[in-house]
Design a protein around this ligand. Structure first.
Ligand code: BGC
Length: 590
């Protein structure tokens, strides 16, 4: 399949805060397109679909690890940080991918699992066999397995201790994740230097940022729980200083599966910044909770909590990713409810979470898929899509671990879903062939051909979001309503440069959502918006004006939403809203 040529190749915009307005797309190299018929996706394949991603409205790709690895943890077990796994391609192909993405004003951030390596890494091999040698202290060794008793086990399904005995060195080594992933010893200056050297290696290649995998866990201590220890924050501050000084415009993104205040610490402060972005882990499960409980209460609670972050910081919001839908950030009662709703088959569970894709989680309900995406694209922070979710791809819970939702991208109804020309038995994982999500039904080509498909719907919402900077740059205030199933918030942005006519105008958008499985009417109270005119952001239709007391009654159909442009009485009246003009849809050609 190929796509019409992009309209222009302008190169990268210079905006240093680009990540605040960007739409991100997570794609595992292995899963997207196989360009050489060996059954595994590769960098060349990914490069061949940049037109598709540009058409969709993606501003930045997030590539999970494609380094040299024995692939015992999807590539998060690295055996050489400076080499590309040969089945994925070469360094030159990666450089070419970056160049071709930049030509389209698309950026690339890559995963950097700096907390640990694979046992196959040369550092570990040297460390275990030569304790006095240059790599002797590269890992966390101990004569007992009793140190750091406050540190929890993360992979509870597979590991019963954070220590493993090494028969060569005859000592225990510490591992946060799988026992084949020993933790690096950040107390060693040589480790810290080696990590900074790797950061520079990839940033020199033109990469626009790094996702700092498992960032809370770099240091451990006897007193603490090894999550966000002060020394971990000191290290990130130093790294940030280096990046800002030598690579301005590149970003660090924290993967810290923690409560808002703890995650917020990874942004640092205005004076001593750490990461530019951090994933918002607590908000995600609450979206799923709201959908099934038909109440917005939990979302209202988490969105009303104010977590101060530096002005240049941005949250990363997501519905799904390559890991299980983690339920670590919800209380036990809610967790059990979510297991009951979303993981009724034990095979759907993994660690403390659910290993399913978005569409099967939502039972392929178009209403719920739209509602979930409407939240994703209007909550504060930058949205991260997971490859295949834009077409509502299914999963395969009969595969091991998180491979259930890492199956090949479904491009066409043809052999191997157009992912690869290999013998189907040779694919790295089988394509989805379940009754509802079979690739002959769910694929890019057929959704391109249907103007009302999920793919076209998501693309339209992405472009609408991009036409309104308020979503990326504005504040959020939750508004009270008189209905438990309704969520209402207003996004407000003061604008920039309006005196010169350049830059963004100020803007306010009222976002309302209903989680009810029946139509509802509800009243919103917002005295600060008294007298405001409301118009639908998509079609421009006029809605009832907010009354003098700041009240307005809205009616929403089953599980649906509105994004309404707010024009206050003192602002110049507008009867129309900006509706983005989309370039024509690409025509699939075989
Ligand atoms: C990644 C997982 C991985 C783990 C250990 C996580 O944070 O997202 O996929 O298994 O790190 O590397």
């Amino acid at each position: 399949m190929s796509f019409t040529a992009p309209i222009q190749l302008p190169g990268l915009t210079r905006d240093p805060l680009w990540y605040k307005r960007a739409v991100f797309y997570e794609v595992m190299v292995r899963c997207f397109v196989d360009s050489n018929g060996d059954g595994t996706g590769d960098l060349g394949g990914l490069a061949s679909r940049l037109d598709y991603l540009q058409w969709l409205g993606v501003d930045c790709l997030w590539l999970p690890p494609f380094y040299m690895s024995p692939l015992r943890d999807g590539g998060y077990d690295i055996s050489d940080f400076k080499r590309v796994l040969p089945e994925f391609g070469t360094i030159d192909e990666f450089r070419d991918l970056v160049r071709r993405a930049h030509e389209r004003n698309m950026r690339i951030i890559m995963d950097f699992p700096l907390n640990h390596t694979s046992v196959d890494h040369e550092w570990f091999q040297q460390s275990r066999s030569d304790p006095e040698g240059p790599y002797g202290d590269f890992y966390v060794w101990s004569d007992t397995d009793e140190k750091y008793p406050n540190v929890r086990i993360i992979f509870v399904d597979t590991e019963d201790s954070n220590w493993a005995f090494d028969p060569v060195r005859r000592q225990f080594y510490f591992h946060r994740f799988f026992s084949h992933q020993p933790d690096l010893n950040f107390e060693s200056p040589a480790v810290r230097d080696a990590i900074v050297d790797i950061v520079k290696f990839w940033l020199d290649m033109g990469v626009d940022g790094l996702r700092l995998d498992a960032i809370p866990y770099l240091y451990e201590s006897e007193e603490g729980n090894g999550e966000g220890e002060p020394k971990t924050h000191d290290f990130i501050k130093e790294l940030r200083e280096t990046v800002d000084r030598e690579y301005p415009g590149r970003i660090l993104l924290a993967e810290a599966n923690q409560w808002p205040r703890e995650v917020a610490a990874f942004f640092g402060s205005e004076e001593e910044p750490e990461c530019h972005m951090a994933f918002d882990f607590p908000v995600m499960p609450r979206i799923f909770y709201s959908l099934r409980s038909q109440t917005a209460t939990e979302l209202v609670r988490i969105l009303s909590e104010t977590t101060d972050i530096p002005g240049a910081g941005a949250w990363g919001v997501f519905l799904r990713n390559h890991d299980e839908l983690t339920l670590e950030m919800v209380d036990e009662e809610y967790r059990q409810a979510m297991y009951g709703w979303y993981a009724y088959d034990p095979r759907m569970r993994s660690n403390i979470g659910i290993r399913r894709r978005l569409a099967p989680l939502l039972d392929n309900s178009r209403a719920e898929l739209e509602l979930a995406h409407a939240l994703l694209f209007s909550l504060p922070g930058s949205p991260f899509l997971y490859y295949g979710d834009e077409i509502g791809m299914g999963d395969n819970i009969w595969l091991n671990d998180r491979d259930s939702s890492r199956t090949p991208m479904q491009w066409t109804p043809d052999r191997n879903a157009g992912f690869s020309t290999a013998d189907p038995g040779k694919l790295y994982l089988p394509v989805v062939q379940s009754l509802v999500y079979h690739y002959s039904l769910v694929n890019v080509e057929s959704q391109l051909a249907q103007s009302r498909s999920l793919l076209h719907w998501i693309r339209n919402v992405i472009h609408t979001r991009k036409a309104h900077p308020v979503f990326g740059l504005g504040d959020l205030k939750v508004l009270p309503t008189d209905h438990d199933s309704a969520l209402a918030f207003v996004r407000s942005y003061a604008g920039t440069g309006t005196s010169t006519g350049l830059g963004d105008p100020p803007e306010q958008v009222l976002c309302v959502f209903s989680f009810s499985q029946n139509p509802i009417a509800f009243t919103i109270t917002a005295p600060e918006l008294a007298g405001a005119q409301l118009t639908d952001l998509f079609g421009g239709a006029r809605f009832p004006t907010i009354d003098e007391q700041g009240r307005v009654t809205i009616t929403l159909g089953t599980q649906t939403f509105f994004w309404l442009k707010v024009v206050l009485p003192q602002e110049p009246a507008t009867t129309t809203t900006a509706i983005p003009v989309l370039p024509p849809a690409p025509v699939p050609v075989r």
